[in-house]
Structure formats: structure tokens, C-alpha cells
Design a protein. Structure first.
Length: 85
């Protein structure tokens, strides 16, 4: 989520033609480093979460999809569970 000079929230999403587009959203609040988006995105929208500095609206991209579960595991830094004896 980024903010325009006027303070409006927006996100970069990948359209059906694999081109980057800017979407105006409503970000109700920030929770740590995450945003609670209440409007402007719908199920199935592909939001760009990394590499934002490398893309611009209209650019053709090849998406690499991640799920929230995969993202949480990658950020947690947790170690594999050890068996208890």
C-alpha cells in the first residue's frame, strides 16, 4: 500500500493481461507493517507485494504467486519441530 500526495491509498495489482495497474483502495488502518483494506480489492486480485520499485503501471510482468500461509512461514523464522521423548 502506498499513499498519494493527497493521502489516498493505492496498491499495484496485476490485471488479466499481466500488466501492472494502480488500484485506488481504502486502507482503514495499519496494523504493524500490514494494512486492513476495506474496499478497492476483490477476491482473486493479484496484488504486488515485493519488487514495487521495479515495476510501473502498464508494464508487462510475470507473476510469482505466494499465499498468505507461505508468506507467514517465510517470515516467521521458525525451526522445524523436534520430537519430544
Amino acid at each position: 500500500v502506498t499513499r498519494t500526495p493527497r493521502g489516498d491509498a493505492s496498491a499495484l495489482v496485476i490485471g488479466a493481461d499481466n500488466k501492472v495497474e494502480t488500484r485506488q483502495i481504502v486502507a482503514a488502518q495499519a496494523i504493524g507493517d500490514k494494512w486492513l483494506v476495506t474496499d478497492g480489492l476483490k477476491p482473486g486480485d493479484r496484488v504486488i507485494v515485493t519488487g514495487l520499485q521495479k515495476v510501473r503501471p502498464g508494464a508487462q510482468v510475470k507473476a510469482q504467486e505466494i499465499t498468505a500461509d507461505n508468506n507467514q512461514q517465510g517470515q516467521s523464522g521458525s525451526q522445524p519441530e523436534q520430537s519430544k521423548s
